[in-house]
Design a protein around this ligand. Sequence first.
Ligand code: OTU
Length: 657
Amino acid sequence: MYEQVSHAQLNAILDRLSPEVSRADIRHFYTRLGANFYGIHTLFNHLYGQRPDAAERLGDLVERLARAYMDRPEELRYRDMARERDHNWFLSQDLAGMALYCDGFAGDLAGLEACLPYLSELGINLIHVMPILACPPGASDGGYAVSDFRDIDPRAGTLAGLRQLAASLRKRDMLLTLDVVVNHTSDQHEWAQRARAGDQDYQAFYYLFDDREMPDLYEETMPEIFPETAPGNFTWDPTLGKWAMTVFNDYQWDLNYGNPRVLVEMIDIILFWANQGADVVRLDAVAFLWKKIGTQCQNEREAHLILQLMKDCCQVVAPGVLFIAEAIVAPLEIIKYFGEDAIMAKECEIAYNATFMALLWDATATKNAKLLRRGIQNLPAKLDRATWLNYIRCHDDIGLGFDDNDIRASGYEPGPHRRFLVDWLTGGFAGSPARGRPFGVNPRTGDARISGALASLVGLESALEEQDPAAIDRAIEQILLLHGLILSFGGIPLLYYGDEIGTFNDCSFLEDAAKAGDSRWIHRPRIDWERAERRHERGTVEQRLFDGLKRMIAVRKTIPAFADFNNRELLEPEDPRLFAFLRTHPALTSDAVLVVANLGLEPVSLDLPKLCNRGYFQYGQVRDLYTGIIPELAAGQLIMPPSRFYWLTDQRPGAFL
Ligand code: OTU
């Protein structure tokens, strides 16, 4: 039965390591382990206490933590301590991120390093390098089917090359985000290979079943994630003669976290990448970490406990490293990945704001902010020490994951409204300039999601083709407006590579058999660097977008009210086409910024004193911090141009900032 790991045992583990290290060298480790040990112990006990090997596995975990700490480069240890002193550092308005594929953006890691000046030019100081770990040639879900968790894919470079990139980023004060794909491995991973070869220990890493009895039970309640390319959640492996649980693609085997060895290995892997220089670790598909018959096998309580345990262990070894939760789930479920009923994040400090993303697309398609406002109103306040990752596009599809009740409260019917959105975004709706593609269409449930590049979705591609100057202007304004919102909402804005120069859909994936079935490849482009050069030519689309975003990022960094301290107040302008919120500085009342966006295609007037009746914006003069424009106010009425946003600051007559 389960035995407690006593302090005596803990000391024995550390003694065993002591020939390699003096106690003095690990005093910070020792202190942090002490501070987190009850958490680690209790969570571990809760998850695995019933197993005969629980104490042994916990001992193994502690030993791995100690080793990871000893391996942590001194420079990173100092960085940890600096971040511990300034523990809310990541809530600052100073951060601006970009997600990119190493190959699509720059060929390989060396190329990426050479492109850092381009990112600095734009103002980006956090990059998420999409998966670059070893993965099989051919289909690998864009690198999310990992075959070796401790090595870089040779097509991207080497481990030494990655460390070099991390060092260059540190010199530039830029942060590195790397993925750890915690939910599954490639079926070519060594663990899967060993399982295939008959090794029972490794078979226990996965969910493997001899016949359909258990799979059928699971299937009763499990939804399908990729219904078109990978229907069902189990795949027959002929070598093994068993069914493997494969929630995503048939070559991605789900790991079984009911087995503590899996958890210990994965924590070790997270710390390994922290020690290579990752500042932020993106934990992929965290909602799926625990499977239980009779449930959707998403958002289970144990998945949260596992994340808490991962966080506690990271606090011991690399407390400066943050986690991003990639949980594209219902609005009220996403927020739980910060940790429930807490002040500080207990699980992940950062979470993808998939709700805001989907709502922005609703507003873009409907040309009003009804559902956007409702959805944001019902978005619970985040924890104090936690923040959102705000994005418009990413490498994945757009899922219409808002709340059905919010849809109804906005005056629509959920089914038809979602169908309208898919139709509009894929250009099927009369008059829509959008060129998205359907993704994940499930005829059984009627669900569908959307792929497509930002510039193609907002109609820039079609406007250029038709050489329609008004439509081109509108699409550019729309791209800037959407960015104006993710940069001011509160949280870390995450741009998607290529959007800064208006990159379009790329249909070349259709010629590659390993990609053709997955329309998400349409928006995973190779950057056209000749087009990027046009950012230096006045009046080009590339210049208007790049310079607009560059300016926006620079201005964001100067606005303290844009730091994320739950200092956003949603406002209710009378006109449903307007979306407005007030950002207040946590300490200064004078520095409030009013963010207003007109999602409609006509000018709309806004009664400023009425909107902000708490003393803000009563002087009769305002200034847009983004453009520097002082819009005319007639008796407090502000005219919002179509498809435009303002970042307004209150301006006493005669006073200029
Ligand atoms: C994540 O995606 C990745 O971002 C995808 O690129 C991968 O294909 C997938 O995991 C498997 O590794 O798990 O919690 O709607 O949003 O698959 C959400 C599809 C995920 C994605 C979903 C997502």
